[in-house]
Ligand binder design. Sequence first.
Ligand code: UT7
Length: 331
Amino acid sequence: MGAVALRRVGILGTGSAVPSRVLTNRDLERMVDTTDEWIVQRTGIRERRIVDEGKTTSDLAAEAAEKALAAAEVSPREIDLVLVATASPDHLVPPTSCRVQAKIGASRSAAFDVGAACSGFLTALATGSRFVSTGGAERVLVIGAECLSRITDYTDRTSCILFGDGAGATVLAPLERAPRGEILETRLGADGTGYEFIWIPSGGAARPASAETVAAKEHFLRLRGREVFKFAVSRMVELIEGTLAPYDPSEVGIVIPHQVNLRILDAALERLDLPRDRLEVTIDRYGNTSAASIPVALDEAVRAGRVVPGKLVLLVAFGAGLTWGSALIRW
Ligand code: UT7
């Protein structure tokens, strides 16, 4: 019995979509007891995008997917698998990926959702790349999409200032078809002892929705910001140091972290030997968009020419679960 020969996997195209409606810090000042100064100093966020009524996660996902397909010059019928990473699915059942599959006409594909919160996109990327590397799929659409505004309590100033909506997508294929970026490695991890650090207490099987849970606003995201902050800084440093250990820092073209808090990103960078201009930042404009933040930032960096051919692209995420992950790509 021989080992299965694994194929090298590349990124064929990227796309992203954010709603046009802007929610500024000044707008939030009128909704909760907060100030623009506090939000900017503590998080780096100036504004975020909020989806229009009548639109939902699958709409943003489909728009991002169509742009990624166009960039990849792939037709929806050539897609074998649609993966959607989201913490704000259209419905608990069925998977949002099925709605996206129908919306974009990827009629030959399988579809499933990946639930790993802010680490969701990298978890889906790790999954999709293994389908391609083992020959289980030729072209995989990997999407991170969120309408966090739908699960945010806009009376809670400690959380509502953070979140925004958006979606980003990539098309994966065997490397010979995808000259843009080779996925060199992915890493994933979890520590479920932090299960209640970021969560939606009710609406699942443990505590089904009822008049009481809705009255107590338990269907909205809750977080223990300070605990998450400490975890995020140390995990980000460990992930970046561990992933980049075999490489010379001059090989690193760009680091695209989950956009959680500018202070977290700066604190991590301070402990690493990386110049500030290598860090891709979108949090000022989009806030924290959970599973969407990395693929949106990647797409914007690619389209703006900030992803340099031949250099390394490092993606790194952490979030609810607790979960974390990284992906190293040679562009
Ligand atoms: O993607 C994963 C999910 N994201 C996260 O879990 C976020 C990670 N955590 C963070 O980004 C930060 O911890 C926050 C931005 C959430 C909070 O920043 P902080 O520097 O950790 O502030 P804090 O929670 O220690 O609060 C400091 C003070 C408190 O007042 P007292 O107790 O010192 O009087 C808060 O009540 O700031 C107060 N505060 C606010 N004041 C004005 C909390 N939220 C606000 C607000 N506006 N929006």
